[in-house]
Design a protein around this ligand. Structure first.
Ligand code: SAH
Length: 220
């Protein structure tokens, strides 16, 4: 097991660099984010059988009908989130999944609060982050539609599953000046949105078309 992971680790230096070059071609320009993605082993976030495909630009299954987001979308959402401020102190992530996006965020902001509705997925993600010594992350097993009111307001919220409409509780948990990056829509047609909370209102920017798994209610 260890040997096979080491084997992947060796080749992944080259394949990881290819992933970074691809991200740059796709328009990701933040060196900070590219460095973090270069240095974070994406293959440990998936089953061994798929680990050799970890650096391809594609979403891959992580069990329970869920997928790890493709590298481009992780980079893009992170870039949109960080563009709002030099320093984000508290970021709420909805949809821990395998924990890869969580790991990237944890290296770029002060603290990540990550909510997931499927307990075994979150447990594995927790173990992986611990293994990478990323300790500025708190986890909650819950329906992310409720957000995580105990730690609100957040200066950033990143949602990794698509609801038909932006959940009101999440809007309420944004700090003034804070941003939320969220895919909105149903299976057929979703759109990435950046929402900024102003003194008395919310600004909505509609960005590119995207494909995410659906935002589901309840816990499992
Ligand atoms: N960034 C993650 C994305 C995983 S897919 C990764 O790269 O692995 C989206 C995740 O959102 C899934 O794990 C799914 O279970 C979770 N999810 C969907 N609806 C949710 C909800 N209402 N609350 C919390 N998590 C939710």
């Amino acid at each position: 097991m260890i040997q096979s992971l080491q084997g992947i680790g060796m080749t992944s230096l080259r394949t990881r660099e290819r992933m970074i070059n691809r991200l740059m071609d796709q328009g990701i320009s933040s060196n900070k984010i590219l460095d973090v993605m270069r240095n974070t082993p994406r293959h440990i976030f998936m089953d061994e059988a798929l680990a050799s495909r970890a650096y391809e630009d594609t979403a891959l299954p992580i069990g329970y009908n869920q997928t790890i987001s493709q590298p481009y979308i992780v980079a893009k959402m992170t870039e949109l989130l960080l563009a709002s401020s030099d320093r984000l102190t508290k970021v709420l992530e909805i949809g821990t999944g395998c924990g890869y996006q969580t790991a990237i965020l944890a290296q770029l902001v002060d603290h990540v609060y990550s909510v997931e509705r499927i307990a075994p997925l979150q447990k594995k993600a927790k173990d992986r982050l611990w293994g990478l010594k990323l300790k500025n992350v708190s986890f909650l097993h819950s329906d992310g539609g409720w957000g995580w009111p105990d730690h609100a307001p957040y200066d950033g919220i990143l949602v990794a599953a698509a609801p038909p409409e932006v959940p009101v509780m999440l809007l309420q948990q944004m700090a003034v000046g804070g941003v939320m990056i969220i895919p909105v829509g149903n299976g057929g047609s979703q759109q990435l949105q950046r929402i900024t909370r102003t003194e008395n209102s919310y600004e909505v920017e509609k960005l590119e078309p995207v494909v995410f798994v659906p935002f589901l209610s309840g816990r499992k």
